[in-house]
Design a binder for this molecule. Structure first.
Ligand SMILES: O=P(O)(O)OC[C@H]1O[C@H](OP(=O)(O)OP(=O)(O)O)[C@H](O)[C@@H]1O
Ligand SMILES: O=c1cc[nH]c(=O)[nH]1
Ligand SMILES: [Mg+2]
Length: 209
């Protein structure tokens, strides 16, 4: 069974409240998603391996630590996942970025893949799939199947908000993929929106409504 982490750092929770608020406009929404993504990246990288190195400080020689060459790949699910990329790259600037384009049918909630472009060496990378919303789980499930089909073996999923329905699908289909959330909400409504959620993440990020 995969592990589920709800990142309950006060700054993440505080900023999520403003992200959820329907009166928060596009400019502020985008900035807040960016900030929360940076904070979540800080938490998600806690288990990165370190190795020792020897350097000269102005005072003496010292043996200190550096991250031991782990290769990261960020995989935003288009469109809304794009809003989280820059915030994560602030902390992991050398990460490569692959894109999976999926849209969800508004009636059946079935996802359709319309684009995929990945770094050539995904099998060697730790991949972080990013999407603000995990609702029915259909989109993240398909994206992760697509990555595995192309050789990915080491995958984490990072979402701002999830519904229990989506978590259940992901844990059943991908027990090897740990999930990192800003919040685990109550349920889905009849339109497949997360309750209380934040509405349509893509529309709010890009001002398309
Ligand atoms: O868990 P699910 O039920 O699959 O729903 C979640 C998906 O829905 C949204 O994308 P949407 O289809 O609205 O596309 P967009 O990002 O282009 O707006 C969201 O960004 C997720 O990708
Ligand atoms: O609540 C939801 C569910 C799916 N996609 C969104 O953008 N929001
Ligand atoms: Mg959308």
């Amino acid at each position: 069974m995969s592990k589920l982490f709800v990142l309950d750092h006060p700054l993440i929770q505080h900023k999520l409240t403003y992200i959820r608020n329907k009166n928060t406009g596009t400019k502020e929404f985008r900035a807040l998603v960016d900030e929360v993504s940076t904070l979540m990246a800080f938490e998600i990288t806690r288990d990165m391996p370190l190795e020792e190195t020897t350097i000269e400080t102005p005072v003496t020689q010292a043996t200190t630590k550096v991250i031991s060459g782990k290769k990261i790949g960020l995989i935003p699910i288009l469109r809304a996942g794009l809003g989280m990329v820059d915030g994560i790259l602030k902390l992991i600037p050398a990460a490569k970025v692959g894109h999976v384009g999926l849209y969800r049918d508004p009636v059946t909630f079935t996802p359709t893949e319309y684009y995929i472009k990945l770094p050539s060496d995904i099998e060697e990378r730790e991949l972080i799939v990013i999407d603000p919303m995990l609702a029915t789980g259909g989109s993240a499930n398909d994206a992760i199947h697509s990555l595995k089909k192309r050789g990915a073996t080491n995958i984490k999923l990072m979402c701002l908000i999830a519904a229990p329905e989506g978590i259940e699908v992901l844990q059943k289909e991908h027990p090897d993929v740990d999930i990192y959330l800003g919040a685990l909400d109550e349920k889905l409504n009849e339109k497949g929106y997360i309750v209380p959620g934040l509405g349509d993440a893509g529309d709010r990020l890009f001002g398309t409504k």
